[in-house]
Design a protein around this ligand. Structure first.
Ligand SMILES: [Zn+2]
Length: 491
């Protein structure tokens, strides 16, 4: 039903058509010119990257080309940590007008600096993403990404203004206030993390907000955490919108490095006129062919304050060149399927949390808030999937079963969702037909058949799994001997 609605509106305005729909054969010349200028800037700035370029025999931009990109040195998060806070600057410190970053895992912060030019670039990238989602000047954008050091909130905020849209800077949390603003302002675009979209959708449903009574979203732009096609279907059912993915990280610029178009919604167009993308083998660092998942690696062709050559993100995805019905010629990347360092090794089997999510959320009775516990307390390495049942209010959403994308979009993922057991077979809305024991058995069977993994599934009451206030899901918990129990998770 929603697909029809969008079919009549198949060509949203492109923010920057000269770049986004550039004839594919013209792109390499532009990238080469910018890459050479970047190398010259890095060499002039001195520091770590200049030293590595010199060691690789590069004396100037003219020495490099796209064909020998793989010969150039890489950077990674360790370089940002080692040179914290301003050691990687390629401009005088006084030209930095803003910093963003992350508090970091293990208490090691990452700080990224921006010049005025960088902020302008970032705004344009986010404007591209919003326009690709169907936003136009005047479109009301409800921005529930957190504002602050985190790049989500201010990135989308500035992009909305750049586009001429009307941004509501509501930030994360305080869900009751968000529900009121959505009812009063009738925004068309929702921007937040996918897990917060679920939470907000449940609150809107509980407040009785439907398409008839004021729910007005056409699209959502969701990012800052990996999410699956199953999660996309859940969000679309709950909110009655087209759920689109946006990708970015503060080291590269923030959100807007890549984003999905509402026309195809089957992969994220990478803004490769500014961010040269490669996919590398996570172990060897060798380039991988198109279509093969590996580590996303970006060269910031035009960024000023903190330009990075071949920055290895740790995010796993695959590239897919080719034309798109939206008219964009930019290469597409798949959804991020996980982080290099998130890969779980369970009794010799390598598995990403997203693969487990596909199986869990393939079952309609399971709520999107789940947790994975790696239990190493007894010397072993057992995996426990802690699942909540979907609440009656979420199951009773006016949009349930009307997903725009459906849950069938996992073809080629290599993981057979529901292998051996029909997905949702014979289960009523909310899965009330199955007891907790039956649900547990079905999920354990599917995980064993689909992933070759023995996982203990535990069903807990709704609201048990720990959540963060800004909606960034902390899904993986590691237990070692002597660790105290985590509230909400089984001991
Ligand atoms: Zn497209």
């Amino acid at each position: 039903m929603l697909a029809m609605q969008f079919a009549n509106d198949s060509r949203p305005v492109m923010f920057d058509p000269d770049a986004e729909a550039m004839p594919a054969e013209q792109l390499p010349a532009l990238q080469t010119r910018r890459l050479r200028a970047l190398v010259d800037r890095l060499l002039a700035a001195g520091g770590v990257q200049a030293g590595r370029l010199a060691a690789a025999g590069v004396t100037g931009g003219a020495d490099v080309s796209l064909d020998d990109l793989a010969e150039l040195p890489t950077t990674d998060k360790g370089d940002l940590w080692d040179n914290y806070p301003f050691g990687l600057l390629a401009v005088p410190r006084e030209q930095v007008v803003a910093v963003h970053g992350s508090s970091g895992t293990g208490g090691r912060p990452t700080l990224v600096s921006y010049t005025k030019g960088d902020l302008a670039l970032w705004s344009r990238m986010c404007a591209r993403a919003l326009a690709a989602a169907g936003a136009r000047p005047g479109t009301i954008v409800h921005n529930a990404y957190g504002y602050g050091l985190f790049t989500g909130g201010l990135g989308i905020h500035q992009g909305a203004i750049e586009l001429g849209a009307t941004v509501v800077p509501v930030s994360g949390g305080m869900t009751a206030r968000q529900v009121k603003l959505i009812a009063d302002l009738r925004p068309e675009i929702l921007t937040c993390t996918p897990s917060y979209a679920i939470r907000l959708g449940e609150a809107l449903t509980e407040a009785g907000l439907t398409l008839e009574t004021g729910l007005s979203f056409t699209a959502g732009v969701f990012g800052a955490e990996p999410w699956t096609e199953e999660m996309r279907a859940r969000i679309e059912d709950l909110l009655g919108l087209r759920a689109l993915d946006i990708y970015g990280l503060s080291e590269v610029i923030g959100p807007g490095v890549a984003s999905e178009c509402i026309v195809a919604a089957d992969g994220l167009h990478v803004n490769e006129d500014h961010f040269l993308v490669e996919v590398l083998d996570p172990s060897t660092g060798e380039p991988l062919p198109d279509g093969t998942p590996g580590e996303l690696t970006f060269t910031t062709l035009t960024k000023e304050a903190l330009p990075l050559l071949r920055y290895r993100t740790g995010d796993i995805a695959a590239l897919r060149p080719g034309s798109c019905p939206c008219g964009r010629t930019l290469v597409k990347m798949s959804k991020v399927t996980g982080r290099k360092d998130d890969m779980l090794v369970i009794r010799g089997v390598n598995v990403y949390p997203s693969e487990i999510e596909r199986v869990l959320l393939g079952e309609p009775a399971v709520a999107p808030d789940y947790a994975l516990v790696i239990d190493a307390r007894n010397g072993g390495r057992d995996l426990i999937a802690v699942c909540e049942r979907i609440t009656e209010r979420a199951a009773g959403s006016p949009f349930a079963g009307r997903s725009a994308s459906g849950a069938g979009g996992t073809a080629g993922s290599g993981v057979g969702v529901g292998a051996g057991v029909g997905v949702g077979g014979g289960v009523g809305v909310g899965g009330a037909a199955r007891s907790d024991d039956e649900l547990r058995e079905v999920l354990e069977h599917r995980l064993r058949e689909g992933l070759g993994l023995r996982v203990r599934v535990t069903i807990v009451p709704p609201g048990s799994v720990p959540r963060t206030e800004v909606g960034k899901a902390m899904r993986v918990h590691r237990w070692s001997a002597g660790d105290p129990p985590v509230p909400g998770l089984p001991a």
